[in-house]
Design a protein around this ligand. Structure first.
Ligand code: COI
Length: 359
């Protein structure tokens, strides 16, 4: 049975003026809307108490399992306002399916796809006025689930909290579409075979932070991880997937396994042939990437994710020095793909794949 998320109106929603001030310069992940969608799960009764309620803090017992064993998963997705004022989600079922995959890996209960989409839709509908218009701004949606059971034993929790919050968002990187530099981590890896690399769980991101800080110390916006076994194969970045454009028009990305199955990654694979590129999912060694940048066999590299959209990578930095990607400027293929994706999301290009979902 699909859960219903009925609206309990916020007693004190922000005024139009307050909201407009936020929407004029939303930043990323710092401002939140008036409501949130919630539901709870217990081993005894399953899913219950679903509603859209005023945005506000949770009261958590200090012994809540998530605070000790990090039994938590999340998603990232966006709502876009089209020129006619309508509001759309991009492939929400894909996020719902991935959320279920993550839940299985983290021993959390699965939320049915229809209930996940219902929750997101109900929140966006309640907080429609918070969906920015114009430019590349959107309403970033963050569904998440955590172990709320008060218990210090190590096993899957028998009480779980589900929630969706919404945050008006501009560009994830402060430079927008300006190329970013990437730090090649030597000491840290992100995911081992059999581990949680393919799940979107907070622990993966927590484990990336020290490497991310190292990247920042070297003037880089993201860290690039290689595989945990041979330290040879490109895995993904701290919080996004990565793509390589070759001189013979291939669009290469690391094969699935220990990486996150990005929704943007998947959309790019589908869009590539429409732009004359051959999509290829395979293992890519870091050595091949560096050599390819030096010889010109690799002409462009970009990062992709819901938050990052498609962001050009201008250089790879490591302890042995810096390797520029072509002339360091955003490449034409990167920009074309970015435009094609954004045009679909904002309703300016025909949605031949049936990706957009009207709220
Ligand atoms: C997203 O792209 O939505 C993510 O979840 C990545 C996060 C680092 C912002």
């Amino acid at each position: 049975m699909t859960l219903k998320f009925d609206l309990q109106p916020s007693p004190a929603p922000r005024s139009d003026a307050e909201r407009e001030a936020v929407l004029a310069d939303p930043g990323f992940g710092v401002n939140f809307t008036d409501h949130m969608a919630v539901a709870t799960w217990t081993a005894a009764d399953g899913w219950a108490d679903s509603a859209v309620v005023p945005y506000g803090p949770f009261q958590l017992d200090p012994a809540s399992a998530v605070l000790h064993y990090a039994q938590e998963i999340f998603e990232g997705m966006k709502a876009y306002r089209h020129a006619d004022g309508s509001v759309w989600l991009f492939r929400p079922e894909k996020n719902a399916e991935r959320f279920a995959v993550s839940a299985r890996r983290l021993a959390l209960p699965e939320l049915p796809v229809e209930s996940f989409v219902e929750a997101v839709e109900a929140l966006v509908e309640a907080d429609q006025a918070w969906v920015p218009a114009g430019g590349e701004a959107s309403l970033y949606l963050r569904p998440f689930m955590f172990a709320s059971e008060v218990f210090l034993g190590v096993r899957g929790a028998r009480k779980v909290q589900f929630c969706v919050i919404a945050s008006p968002a501009g560009s994830y990187f402060s430079g927008g579409v300006q190329p970013v530099q990437i730090w090649m981590s030597r000491d840290y890896t992100r995911a081992a075979p059999g581990g949680t690399g393919a799940a979107k769980c907070g622990g993966n991101y927590a484990a990336s932070l020290v490497a991310q800080a190292e990247a920042a110390e070297h003037g880089c916006s993201q860290v690039l991880f290689t595989d945990a076994v041979e330290r040879k194969w490109v895995d993904e970045l701290g919080g996004m997937n990565v793509y390589f454009v070759t001189a013979d028009d291939q669009l290469v990305t690391p094969a699935l396994g220990t990486i996150l199955e990005g929704v943007t990654r998947d959309a790019i694979l589908a869009l590539a042939p429409e732009l004359g590129l051959t999509p290829v999912e395979r293992r890519v060694s870091l050595e091949e990437v560096l050599e390819g940048c030096r010889t010109g066999a690799i002409t462009e590299i970009f990062a992709c994710g819901t938050a990052a959209v498609i962001t050009p990578i201008g250089a790879l930095k490591g302890l042995d020095g810096t390797t520029a990607v072509a002339d360091g400027e955003p490449g034409p293929r990167t920009l074309e793909l970015r435009q094609a994706l954004l045009d679909i999301q904002y309703g300016r290009r025909e949605d031949t794949h049936g990706w957009m979902h009207r709220v």
